[in-house]
Design a protein around this ligand. Structure first.
Ligand SMILES: NC(=O)c1ccc[n+]([C@@H]2O[C@H](COP(=O)([O-])OP(=O)(O)OC[C@H]3O[C@@H](n4cnc5c(N)ncnc54)[C@H](O)[C@@H]3O)[C@@H](O)[C@H]2O)c1
Length: 441
């Protein structure tokens, strides 16, 4: 099938590459000319395991193309995916300006029947807005052309995006036209050869499914972080509590790790956007508001522990930070806890020496620009030289089994704040570290 994917970010590029991998003819479109030029040269804008090889292979095979020309892409496509960003607006709602700009371009360009697919995460009711925007353009052009608008929320996880897309847990499609539903079924059939994972529903339920999924995951994290706060106060150990409750199959082990808060491009904005939608419809979303409030506070837990150990004024102190990305296996730093922690420490006079396997460039160019108290190094051990303490923020695999003897030699003091509870207190005591965790005294 001929497909255009408009918006070539994490979701758009991964989707486009995976559809091409299945033999479709895909054009990935973006308004960012530099990004498209780079992609044509084989320069991939993001770090995502496996993405580079698959992009290069499909571009070489001509199943995948890159363009800034949305109009020609639309004219030759049977399906157009909208995969642009839906950032958080000032009032917490999802900003639909990019989605509706794409809808307008589609209405301006389309010449024959097309299925327009909302893959961006959008509030309930957005498909209606996309349909109205396209229809308004057709009316202005005096054209009568049929089209369908479909909701197909994306559930991929950064860091495992290719695998998630090629082997999805589920493909949720919301449509109000049988023909469009059939086209989507055909498109996704190669991704579910072993087991039908296609879940068909109405459009509003599909739009809501994405928000409900992210809100549920964020709730599990904030719930566990709240438990960790209670554990610290009553003298219990959250790691033991986690094992104790995770073994209950009704609860399960996933997403119940305590930590220094969730970040990323999805949970923070989606929880707030859903809360805003609820309020717009006259419902007070008490759980969602609490999930967000707990997460906000959790991002300060590590810096508060540092202050408790070293006092409010941190001038003259240097902290090594391991991990900048919001989670391992990605260079994405959107809403990362590292930003809050680092800014909090440096605003109190501390210096920070940071190391991350993939996200240093992001920090330098976007998220910590202008913070002169932060410097970057190329290895985890280099960050430790003469630092007053180590702070682990992102649980990259290379931090799982470090050489503790070497660390002790390099650090000025063997003090370790672990924002992801990677080690046990007993083990760290054996190596002579003063070790601080989340949810353990
Ligand atoms: N990143 C994730 O893990 C993830 C997972 C599931 C769903 N989502 C959702 O998918 C959507 C996209 O997220 P993302 O992380 O890929 O965003 P992103 O910011 O990485 O990419 C968005 C891209 O859209 C481009 N763009 C903006 N306006 C455009 C226009 N008019 N025409 C063409 N291109 C345009 C931008 O230049 C950018 O390259 C969001 O709604 C997000 O919530 C993201």
């Amino acid at each position: 099938m001929k497909i255009s994917v408009i918006g070539t970010g994490y979701v758009g590029l991964v989707s486009g590459v995976c559809f091409a991998q299945m033999g479709n003819k895909v054009t990935c479109v973006d308004i960012d000319e530099k990004k498209i030029e780079n992609l044509k040269q084989g320069i991939i804008p993001i770090y995502e395991p496996g993405l580079e090889d698959m992009t290069l292979e499909n571009y070489k095979n001509k199943t995948l193309n890159f363009s800034t020309d949305v109009s020609s892409a639309i004219k030759s496509s049977k399906i157009a995916f909208i995969a642009v960003g839906t950032p958080m607006g000032e009032d917490g709602s999802a900003d639909l300006r990019y989605v509706l700009a794409v809808a307008k371009s589609i209405g301006e360009a389309m010449e024959e029947y097309i299925v327009v697919v909302d893959k961006s995460t959008v509030p309930v009711g957005t498909a209606d807005k996309v349909r109205a925007t396209i229809q308004a353009e057709l009316d202005a052009r005096g054209k009568t052309i049929e089209f369908a608008v479909v909701s197909n929320p994306e559930f991929l996880k950064e860091g495992a995006a290719i695998n998630d897309f090629l082997h999805p847990d589920r493909v949720v499609i919301g449509a109000d036209s049988e023909m469009a539903m059939e086209i989507m079924r055909e498109l996704y059939a190669p991704f579910m050869k072993h087991h039908d994972r296609f879940i068909a529903m109405d459009i509003k339920s599909a739009e809501m499914t994405k928000y409900a999924a992210n809100a549920m995951l964020a709730t599990k994290i904030s719930f566990m972080n709240e438990m960790s706060q209670i554990c610290e106060r009553v003298g219990a150990d959250i790691n033991k509590v986690r094992s104790g409750i995770g073994s209950d199959s009704r609860i399960g082990y996933s997403f119940i790790y305590p930590g220094c808060g969730y970040g990323g491009s999805c949970f923070p904005k989606d929880v707030q956007a859903l809360a805003k939608t609820a309020k717009d419809f006259g419902y007070n979303p008490r759980i969602l508001d609490a999930v967000e409030a707990v997460n906000y506070a959790q991002k300060y837990v590590i810096s508060n522990k540092v202050i408790a150990k070293f006092t409010e004024d941190l001038s003259g102190k240097t902290f090594a930070v391991w991990g900048l990305s919001f989670k391992p296996e990605t260079d994405d730093m959107r809403e990362a806890s590292s930003i809050t922690i680092i800014n909090e420490l440096t605003s109190r006079g501390a210096k920070v020496v940071a190391y991350d396997p993939k996200a240093i460039h992001e920090a330098q160019t976007h998220y910590l620009v202008g913070n002169e108290k932060v410097s970057y190094v190329e290895s985890k051990y280099e960050a430790l030289k003469d630092a007053d303490a180590l702070i682990l923020v992102t649980e990259w695999q290379e931090f799982r089994s470090p050489d503790f003897e070497e660390m002790k030699k390099l650090l000025k003091n063997p003090v370790f704040f672990d924002g992801r509870n990677q080690f046990s207190k007993e083990k760290m005591a054996k190596y002579g570290f003063e070790y601080f965790q989340i949810g353990v005294n």
